[in-house]
Design a protein around this ligand. Sequence first.
Ligand code: ATP
Length: 588
Amino acid sequence: MEFAILSDSFNKMETTRKRLELTQFLVELFQNTPNEVISKIVYLLQGKLRPDFEGIELGVAEKLAIRAISKSSGIPIKKIEEEYRIEGDLGHAASIVLKQKTQTTFLVEDITVERVYETLFKIARLEGARSQDMKMKYISSLLNDASPLEAKFILKILLGTLRLGVAENTVMDALAITFSENKENRKILQHAYNVSSDLGKVAETISRKGLKGIEEFEITLFNPIRPMLADRVKSEEEAIEKFGDEFAAEYKLDGERVQLHIEGDKVILFSRSLENISSYYPDIIEKIPKTIRADNIILEAEAVAINENTGEFLPFQELMHRRRKYKIEKAVTQYPITVNLFDVLYCNGKSCLDMDYKDRRSKLEKIVIEDNFVKYIPMAIVKNVNEVEDVMENSINAGSEGLMLKMLDKPYQAGSRGSHWLKLKREYQNELGDSLDLVVIGGYFGKGRRTGNYGTLLLATYDEDEDKFTSICKVGTGFTDESLDQLYQILNPKVTIKKNPRIDSEMEADVWFDPELVIEVVASEITLSPIHKAAKDKIRKDAGLALRFPKFTGKIRIEKIVEDASTNEEVITLFKGQKKVAHDKSLI
Ligand code: ATP
């Protein structure tokens, strides 16, 4: 397939942020896409080469790209840099300088999507001493045969600056429209994506085999399953109201969620956002196979830091010390953990997702043998408020955050925040009633002791309808010197020259970040706001919602992707909830 078709389509998509229009452009593109390349196109349009969990990154530096443009076109480096400074985007700048140039030269041959993809893939795989030279060679040979528009998008993909704003949901909408008449089929596609986390594979299957292929889609060992999430409740009474008279109460441990894929001695671990995190937990990789009585299995657990002397659970932050590339062995002994299992999703070649909670739990207890390192998460079947309170008390005393409440007769709903699991945290019982997980979109340079760091951050909620990040508050309290340093290290590489198109904010900021980091804040109240964009027009026309007295809790939620941040829907619910509390109080 000619790469020109794809770059034309990207060019159209860049002109809009509207989900319906983007969907329409995607449908037109998919209609012109042969089976063999559709998966590649699905990855490319999200600026990737493979699904996230494979961790393949292009990692091409701007300097190298500029040299390659110069080599392939003969345009001096200085001229390219000058245009880049004006445009703020290297892909765009390259297309402008190349346009001036190509008026006088011929293009040698058409380039195909396959060729671009294979070359990018080779670049991503290059390592070692000569890799920079080889990257240069590959890039300039592609640019040699590319039109200015094609060059623009090749460079954007290479540099990681292609931001079409196409979310997974939009791609699935477009696939459903292109390959099936019935809108209901969107659900089947969603299921296939939930059990594979690989949108390219889903696209290729529906394109080759139609809906039937998608219906037969199965879990593949070592491909992560999208996690089931919980709704929150504020009190034991509310839980009883929702769940009735008998359900499971498990400790809600404050660690890192880990999905374990195991076959013999081969073990791969995925985080909550489906990143391969095996290298941070060599102790799990070594010890877990000995405890399993099955040929292959997918388990879910919370890895929790512990105090080795007392066995007490320690807070999530302790695990951050393991997020390092070197000397991990030292971190393993310094920050010991236990693996606390709470679910089984697949066993001996078969999915367990459709089994009831209680059957999954008993299977888990049969197939895994507990030892000092691997344990089942403590669980009790409860029937009334008193019993829930008892388990809550024990859970808090053991150093965990609260409870996860689970219906006994329900399946595992991959990829959805359903009402079959509820979370009840102690902290919900104060102030706003909950903490919020917000996306960092902007920063302000600090003064005094904070000079050289970002002293204040601009935060946003996730707007699911528009697939955007809407500003909700600035936060400047709750930071320690250590957390400010840590945030600076993480945020600095995310600084952009232009505001990312997925950000919706009228606030000014000293710097804008690509929306990639989630942090936790608490606040005293949610108020209407004339400036902030969260839930704009939803409660009152021309007003959004803002947080009053927001404070950073110290939790950098590295395990969360930005689409998992608090949504505008959730903020509206909290806003309405606080009205109700105020009203109830005034009645007393
Ligand atoms: P939170 O912000 O409360 O950690 P979350 O958005 O990460 O929540 P939820 O599904 O809402 O995810 O809450 C469940 C989280 O709590 C899981 O992702 C997991 O990391 C953790 N957890 C701790 N104990 C359990 C348990 N017994 N069962 C399921 N999840 C548990």
